[in-house]
Design a protein around this ligand. Structure first.
Ligand code: C2O
Ligand code: CU
Length: 472
């Protein structure tokens, strides 16, 4: 306490001595923020080649790279622009994003912009674009309409390509973002590293069933990451789970996480939790108040969660060290208490039933099914433009499935046959359907084209739990 007050005093004296312009007049000036050392896990930056402040124009490639994870020997990975995660794409609502993409991988790929509402031709699924062959290029070009944290990843052999490191974050700021003293993006993943540093290439039965699991947790591509925060600061964390199979259940001892947003931006009623469950593909936007205790550390863990097949017995794992240091924040930003108004979707009068399950196949192994059929044999669903549909998910399998739908945000309207109160409606694009349960979604199909839906455990999607909806 004494040390940090001394530092504050020194800073104030320095301000008096320097030009006002250098220090700024406010306690939240970047000069103070810079006192805490940068995280070891900051996201890579990218060069904006367009002078228009409302256009972000970048060159992105997918390429083989070498990366060192913690104490492990070097690992051959697949990367966007050489980094894992790929560079952060930072935009404001209404901005245009132009990505000149080149594929330097030994196989074809695409980029899907998970959660972004865009023209179907830009959605990066094989249903809507030709695969980008090795050596070939493609320009993605669209306007971002919604605030929130989104992410990008391939939509071909996604179980393999995402696992090898192809994923990145896309942040879209809205006009009235709540204030915080610091904001961090946490791109969560786990990766299985062999003793020689390599990633196993073949798919064993457990990975096929549960999604490729890792023995190393990554925050922004870093093992044993340290997040540096100032005492008493209000910190905003925007979190995305990019793992193939791992569900994160984040816990920070003694600190409540105030959830203010999810996939589709702000929610109506912020709430506190000390165990934030995030399935593959989902995003959460949380605020928290750092303890007023300089030079201490907290360990963020992921707690056990039973998503089927004994996963509830997995021990907690460390995710990151939260290091409290630097200049104490004397007047921290208030934790947001107010949310955003969420339009309650009208109740659809037509229903798409989808029973999620798995079955063994004659050739050995098992397939993942929707209404007993596996992709690509699942019939395409037609929906006229602008119409509402209920999606009645019935998970009869022994495990949770995070259900993802492209092209729009939906709302959960019933769980286990019980209506979700209007006040609890939120905009999602990926949602957990717990094992042996039902969940009904409402969606307005207001964008033309072919949109995919699938489980976001990527081995389940590639194993057949995936289909197309054609809006015309
Ligand atoms: Cu994040 Cu169809 O995927
Ligand atoms: Cu699944």
């Amino acid at each position: 306490m004494r040390a940090s007050m001394t530092r504050g005093l020194l800073f104030a004296l320095a301000c008096t001595a320097l030009l006002a312009v250098a220090c700024g007049g406010s306690t939240s000036s970047p000069a103070i923020a810079a006192i805490a050392a940068p995280d070891d896990s900051a996201l890579a930056a990218i060069v904006d080649e367009n002078p228009d402040p409302h256009t972000l124009e970048v060159h992105l490639d997918a390429r083989v790279a070498t990366k060192v994870f913690g104490a492990s020997p070097p690992t051959a990975v697949w990367s966007y622009n050489g980094s894992i995660p790929g560079p952060l794409l930072d935009l404001n609502v209404g901005d245009r994003l132009i990505v000149h993409f080149t594929n330097h991988l030994p196989e074809s790929t695409t980029i899907h912009w998970h959660g972004v509402r865009l023209p179907a031709a830009m959605d990066g699924t094989p249903a809507m674009q030709s695969p980008i062959e090795p050596g070939a290029s493609f320009d993605y070009d669209f306007v971002v309409k919604d605030p929130g944290l989104f992410w990008f990843h391939p939509h071909m052999r996604s179980d393999v390509q995402v696992n090898k490191g192809l994923y990145g974050a896309l942040r879209v700021r809205g006009a009235n973002e709540p204030a915080s003293d610091d904001e961090k993006i946490l791109v969560l993943d786990d990766i299985k590293l062999k003793a020689d540093g390599s990633i196993p290439d073949y798919l064993d039965d457990t990975s096929r069933m549960m999604g490729r699991g890792g023995n190393t947790v990554l925050v922004n591509g870093t093992a044993n990451a340290t997040l540096r925060v100032r005492p008493n600061a209000t910190v905003r964390l925007r979190i995305v789970n990019t793992a193939n199979g791992r569900f994160f259940k984040l816990h920070l001892p003694g600190v409540a996480l105030r959830v203010v947003g999810t996939d589709g931006g702000p929610i109506a009623h912020p709430y506190d939790t000390d165990a934030l469950l995030i399935a593959p593909g989902e995003r959460y936007d949380v605020f928290l108040r750092i303890p007023d205790a300089a030079d201490t550390s907290l360990v963020m863990t992921t707690q056990a969660y039973d998503r089927g097949h004994e996963t509830g017995l997995d021990p907690p794992l460390d995710v990151a060290t939260v290091r409290v240091e630097g200049q104490r924040v004397a007047t921290p930003a208030t934790l947001p208490a107010q949310g955003a108004a969420i339009e309650a979707l009208p109740t659809p009068n037509q229903t798409l039933p989808m029973r999620l399950d798995e079955k063994s196949v004659d050739s050995g192994g098992f397939a993942f099914t929707i209404n007993d059929v596996s992709y690509p044999n699942i019939p395409t669903i037609d929906v006229p433009l602008g119409e509402m549909r209920a999606i009645a998910l019935d998970n009869t399998s022994e495990m949770d499935h995070p259900f993802h739908l492209h092209g729009l945000f939906f709302q959960a309207i019933a769980r286990g046959g019980v209506a979700v109160p209007e006040s609890e409606r939120v905009w999602k694009d990926t949602i957990i359907v717990p094992m042996k349960s039902t969940l009904t979604l409402a969606a307005r199909f207001d964008a033309l084209g072919m949109w995919m839906y699938h489980c976001h455990i990527l081995e389940h999607a590639e194993g057949g739990m995936m289909g197309d909806i054609m809006v015309r």
